[in-house]
Write a protein that binds this ligand. Structure first.
Ligand SMILES: [Mn+2]
Length: 320
């Protein structure tokens, strides 16, 4: 559905629940907090409902303290439930119950593998981040852009483009970022908070994870592994391993970098590709989804089995 029509639906409703995807990242949190602030400016009632404790690196965001962690007990309902940056229904986790209980659901996303799981779906695969769609949506809602909303959207765009480095970055991305700078947003503070702040525990974890490096298929495939033991040992958190997949991708001569992470829900697999491999295709075949050069899935099996399965999939890609 066109964004204009979604703006109309938003205008016609009063209360909203915003759902970022599980293991919420910068885009899902920034687009949710940004939209929340915009809707509140219109006098709407908004709840951001998240699956797990949000990563503390986003603490500086204006709406951060209003994010509620879903505990399964409290009853949440609203006129309209909006999923953000969420490629498929599984990425709502336990909050599926909240989503399902509402007859007026909207899905706003930019993943090419989005399954159109809501009543109303708006998928823009050209948007570098969902925040770009939020930028347009706030305009259509005639909400006056301010530094608080813009800080949220900038955080989304900066994280989903890897600091304006990834191929999803467009002239529109830079145009929006330029307007955000013109509003007076402190972009160096955002970058320092999100991209350049590390706890001691995180640095120790990085050291351990880097030492797990395995290379396959003439170095075209690089795999890093993070187990719950490694996280526990250095007193790190699961979010501390976010982004480590880029070390694997960045190796000279490597086309695909993978991070395997042991989580309560199974082995979380992050894929990144450099040039020609469509990792979304592989992620979908494994029950996940994503973008051409950044995708993921969760495999409910042992670490060894997950690795074997992935190696088999990439054998077809790299061994001709
Ligand atoms: Mn995103």
């Amino acid at each position: 559905m066109a964004l204009e029509d979604i703006a109309k639906i938003i205008n016609e409703n009063n209360s909203f629940i915003l759902l970022p995807h599980v293991s919420a990242d910068g885009d899902s949190i920034g687009s949710s907090t940004g939209l929340s602030l915009a809707l509140k400016k219109l006098g709407k009632k908004v709840t951001i409902l998240i699956e797990e404790e949000p990563p503390s690196v986003f603490k500086f965001l204006p709406e951060f303290e209003n994010i509620k962690v879903y505990n399964g007990d409290d009853k949440y309902s609203a006129d309209c439930v909006i999923a953000l940056d969420t490629g498929d229904i599984k990425r709502l986790g336990n909050r599926f119950a909240v989503f399902e209980a509402c007859s007026n659901t909207i899905n706003i996303d930019h993943h090419q593998t989005n399954t159109n799981f809501a009543v109303i779906n708006h998928i823009d695969v050209k948007a570098a981040a969902v925040a770009e769609i939020m930028w347009d949506l706030t305009g259509l809602l005639k909400v006056e852009m301010d530094t608080d909303i813009a800080s949220c959207l900038y955080t989304s765009i900066m994280t989903d483009t890897g600091g304006f480095r990834f191929s999803n970055t467009t002239s529109k991305t830079h145009d929006i970022a330029g307007r955000i700078i013109d509003l007076g947003v402190n972009i160096d503070k955002i970058a320092a908070n999100v991209l350049e702040s590390n706890s001691v525990a995180k640095l120790m974890l990085i050291g351990t994870v880097l030492s797990t490096l395995e290379l396959y298929y003439g170095n075209k495939l690089a795999i890093l592994t993070v187990t719950s033991d490694m996280i526990e040992k250095v007193n790190a958190t699961e979010e501390d391993s976010d982004g480590l997949v880029n070390y694997a991708k960045g190796i000279i001569g490597t086309e695909v970098g993978i991070l395997l992470k042991e989580t309560a829900g199974g082995i979380r697999v992050n894929f990144r590709s450099k040039e020609y491999v469509d990792v979304a295709e592989i992620a979908v075949a494994l029950g996940g989804g994503g973008h051409k050069k950044a995708a993921g899935c969760t495999l409910e099996m042992s670490l060894e089995d997950a690795k074997a399965k992935i190696l088999q999939m990439f054998k077809d890609v790299f061994v001709k």
